[in-house]
Design a protein. Structure first.
Length: 227
C-alpha cells in the first residue's frame, strides 16, 4: 500500500472525526514526499486552540506541519487563522471576534504553492465540521481546487464513520485521492479485519497504514507510506 508514484501539486487532508490523527498523517506525508526529493510544505488554514508564544498566536498542529516542511514556510502563510479557544472553529472565531474568510486563505495558499512542489493542506476536525458560520470545508476545497485524502481513525465505529465521510465527499463532487488508516486505539479488537473491510468498502485506494506510535516523528511515520 505505498504512496502513489505521482501526486497532484496540492491536496487536502480531512478526517473521519476530530482527534483521529490528521496532523500525524499530514506530517508523515510531508516527510515521505521529502524523501522523494520534493519540496513539500504544509498548511493549516484554520486552527483553534492556539497560544501566544511571544510571536503571536501559534497552534501545536500547525507548528508540527511547519517543522515537517521544506522549505520552512512563514507561519502567517501556513496558518492564516490561529484561534485561541480549543473549540469548533465557528465558536472559537466568534470568541476572538474574528471573521474567517476565503480570500486571505487563498492568498496564503498561492504564496506557498510558489515555493513548493506539493502543498499538503490540513483541514479541521471531521469533514463536515464547518469553518465558519458561512463556510464549510467543501467551500475551501472548491476555492483552492484541491483533491482530498481521507484519514480514518482506526477505532470502534470507524467503518461507518469512514463510509459516511466518503459518501459526503463524493456527493459534494470532490475528487477522492485515497485514504490512510491511522491506528489511534491500540486496544481496538479485530484491527486487521476492520482494515480489510475498509479496503473492500471505501471507493478509493489505500495509501498506507500508520501504526500506533505515540510521540513518533513524522519522519518515522512517513516510512510507512513508502515502499
Amino acid at each position: 500500500m505505498p504512496l502513489p508514484a505521482t501526486l497532484p501539486p496540492a491536496l487536502f487532508v480531512t478526517g473521519t472525526d476530530t482527534g483521529i490523527g490528521k496532523t500525524a498523517a499530514s506530517t508523515a506525508l510531508l516527510q515521505a514526499l521529502r524523501r522523494r526529493g520534493l519540496r513539500a510544505v504544509g498548511m493549516k488554514p484554520v486552527a483553534s486552540g492556539s497560544q501566544d508564544l511571544g510571536q503571536g498566536l501559534r497552534n501545536e498542529d500547525a507548528l508540527a506541519l511547519q517543522v515537517a516542511s521544506r522549505p520552512v514556510p512563514d507561519y502567517a502563510d501556513l496558518n492564516p487563522y490561529a484561534l485561541r479557544q480549543p473549540l469548533a472553529p465557528e465558536l472559537a472565531a466568534a470568541e476572538d471576534g474574528v471573521r474567517v474568510e476565503l480570500a486571505p486563505i487563498v492568498a496564503a495558499y498561492e504564496r506557498l504553492r510558489a515555493t513548493a512542489d506539493v502543498v499538503v493542506v490540513e483541514g479541521v476536525g471531521g469533514w463536515l465540521a464547518p469553518i465558519s458560520a458561512q463556510l464549510d470545508q467543501l467551500d475551501l476545497v472548491r476555492a483552492l481546487r484541491l483533491p482530498v485524502l481521507l484519514v480514518v481513525g482506526m477505532r470502534l465505529g470507524c467503518v461507518s464513520h469512514a463510509r459516511l465521510t466518503a459518501q459526503s465527499l463524493l456527493a459534494g463532487g470532490v475528487e477522492c485521492l485515497g485514504w490512510i488508516g491511522n491506528h489511534i486505539d491500540p486496544a481496538m479488537q479485530r484491527q486487521d479485519e476492520n482494515f480489510a473491510t475498509l479496503q473492500q468498502r471505501l471507493p478509493m485506494p489505500c495509501w498506507g497504514r500508520l501504526p500506533h506510535l505515540p510521540g513518533a516523528s513524522g519522519e518515522a511515520l512517513g516510512a510507512h507510506l513508502l515502499d
